[in-house]
Write a protein that binds this ligand. Structure first.
Ligand code: PMM
Length: 269
């Protein structure tokens, strides 16, 4: 899944694709590079980010979704708002990616149920501006897994088909770097719940924190793609269904190596 943030202020690519034309060109490039999905988002979720109006989010997201779908690119929509999810699906999006797992907008469950598309339920505890103070866990793997399964129960009770649910541990969302690494090290626990798993590690703070501990000091977000690709390979080897990344080619190649290592060598080899 290639990341397309149509925002002026994302931590990792802020502003680069803030206008429709540039965003569409970047989405097309990621599809050419091998992304199975291009994930279009209009609202930054970095820690401390202020929310934007739904109208503003709609105006950023919908034209980009429409153009990419017209060009034949499979598109997902990254939103916490039911109205935006609905409009994006109307414009052709084939998956709803909600970093709040349905907690931010009480109308999301009904929208997802009606849309009958796959739904990414991400572990989330609070809006971006206050999530840092919710990063408190006794057993992060157990708590994230049980909180996600509680979300699935609640969503199912509102009509969402559990067969369309994909779980995401929500790396960086109310997590400190140590929490993120524990979740990655125990992806099998989350997988054993029986749902496909998506991981969004790309360029995040915990990758920078590890690099500054192991390697050559501070590393800006857009210099973390090689490290992200390593995480993608390990996540694929741990059986996750999808990795959400900024640099498609490096993670695609890394995932291909994990598949070959696991015995799925392509016929051409
Ligand atoms: N992270 C971000 C945005 N959307 N979606 C899912 N499913 N999982 C994530 O971890 C996730 C996400 C924030 O990162 P970005 O600003 O680089 O897009």
């Amino acid at each position: 899944m290639g990341i397309l943030n149509v925002t002026p202020d994302s931590f990792s690519d802020g502003g680069r694709y803030a206008d429709t034309g540039r965003a569409v060109r970047h989405g097309l490039r990621m599809a050419r590079e091998g992304a199975d999905l291009v994930d279009v988002g209009g609202e930054s979720t970095r820690p401390g980010a202020e929310p934007i109006s739904v109208d503003e989010e709609l105006s950023r997201v919908v034209p980009v979704v429409r153009e990419l779908v017209r060009a034949g690119v499979p598109v997902s929509v990254d939103t916490m708002h039911a109205e935006v999810a609905h409009a994006a699906v109307q414009a052709g999006a084939c998956l709803i990616n909600d970093v709040s797992g349905g907690l931010a907008d009480p109308d999301m469950a009904a929208t997802v149920a009606a849309a009958t598309v796959p739904y990414v339920v991400t572990h989330w505890r609070a809006p971006s501006r206050e999530m840092e103070r919710h990063a408190v866990y006794g057993d992060v793997v157990g708590e994230v897994t049980s909180e996600l399964l509680a979300r699935v129960d609640s969503l199912s009770a509102s009509g969402v088909d559990p067969g369309r649910v994909i779980l995401d541990p929500g790396l960086g969302f109310a997590k400190r770097p140590g929490h993120d690494w524990q979740l990655l090290a125990h992806l099998g626990t989350l997988r054993s719940a029986g749902f496909p798993v998506l991981v969004g590690a790309s360029r995040k703070r915990f990758i920078g924190a590890a690099l500054s501990g192991w390697a050559d000091g501070a590393c800006a977000p857009d210099a973390r793609d090689a490290a992200t690709a390593a995480v993608s390979a390990l996540a694929a080897a741990a059986g996750v269904m999808c990795v959400r990344v900024h640099d498609v080619r490096s993670s695609l190649h890394a995932v291909c190596m994990a598949a070959s290592w696991g015995g799925r060598v392509p016929t051409a080899a």
